[in-house]
Design a protein around this ligand. Structure first.
Ligand code: ADP
Ligand code: MG
Length: 276
């Protein structure tokens, strides 16, 4: 496919929003596939005990499969759990199994409980252009581990009533982690998901989000599309399931924007001032 600009260093992007059903997992896997299909090497880290990202990537994640739980709780090297994604060259996944549901509690009593994912990523020596971390719908220790490990936060926002409600809590958590544990962390990207162009409400919400966040909001909004929601049941992203669909094209456009904006060393009017 046509090339996208390649980051100079691995970009670690945390996909977070403590609301469930806003499109975190869908966004993680479809952006990851878009980037990989255009030449990037991409690792998806599934940090949700539901394992929806693993499912959508066609990755086996039954209870015996080595998983991100083993990395976080048993200090297993990340390389020992990463699996290649069938059909998409350059795309990899560290799966989540149901064990991860207990990790939120088990982590509490472990040393360096907030930075275990960060350490695992730092010790991973395979070359990668992007790491995308799919967070669970909560702000517990799993999400904190993602925020400590990452540099950029991508927030998917569903274009519905109450879209902005609860976001303050996420933003405060980002500030807390930035202040205490990870000075590089910043909200780099907002993506409008499940956009229904026929409704006035969607347009109003989009307008509100754009005036609130400005530059961080991608120009591309992801439309509501049946093909997007069908793809996971075939263990596929919409990029391989129906490459010509509006969902696939929109996710590719969003990926292009993200690639072209570059990492945190490229300022685009946001608050970030950090450099590598
Ligand atoms: P989260 O990870 O935030 O809980 P998901 O990505 O699992 O959210 O999405 C929630 C539900 O909405 C899923 O059933 C998913 O298939 C569906 N969905 C997500 N994005 C779209 C879209 N653009 N069009 C149609 N359905 C979508
Ligand atoms: Mg999810």
């Amino acid at each position: 496919g046509e090339g996208l600009p390649r980051p100079e260093q691995t970009r670690v992007i945390v996909v977070a929003n403590q609301k469930g059903g806003v499109g975190k997992t869908t966004t993680t896997v479809n952006l990851a596939a878009s980037l990989a299909m255009h030449g990037a090497r991409v690792l998806v880290i599934d940090l949700d005990p539901q394992g929806n990202a693993s499912t959508a990537l066609g990755i086996d994640h039954h209870a015996e499969v080595p998983s991100i739980y083993d990395v976080l709780v048993e200090s297993k090297p990340l390389a020992d759990v990463v699996q290649p994604v069938r059909d998409v060259e350059g795309l990899f996944c560290a799966p989540a199994t149901i064990d991860l549901a207990g990790a939120e509690i088990e982590l509490v009593s472990l040393v360096a409980r907030e930075s275990r994912l960060q350490r695992a990523i730092q010790s991973y020596d395979q070359p990668l252009d992007y790491i995308l971390i799919d967070c669970p719908p909560s702000l517990g220790l799993l999400t904190v581990n993602a925020l400590v490990a990452g540099v950029e936060v991508l927030i998917p926002i569903q274009c519905e009533y109450y879209a902005l409600e609860g976001l303050g809590q996420l933003l405060r958590n980002v500030e807390l982690v930035r202040g205490h544990l990870n000075p590089q962390l910043h909200v780099s990207t907002i993506l409008l998901t499940m956009y229904d162009a026929r409704t006035r409400l969607a347009a109003q919400v989009a307008q509100e989000v754009r005036s609130h966040f400005g530059e961080e909001v991608l120009r591309t909004a992801i439309p509501r599309s049946v093909r997007v929601s069908e793809a996971p049941s075939y263990g596929q992203t919409v990029l391989t399931y129906d490459p010509g669909s509006t969902g696939a094209l929109s996710y590719f456009e969003a990926a292009r924007e993200i690639a072209q904006r570059g990492g945190p060393h490229v300022s685009h009017g946001g608050r970030q001032g950090s450099t590598y």
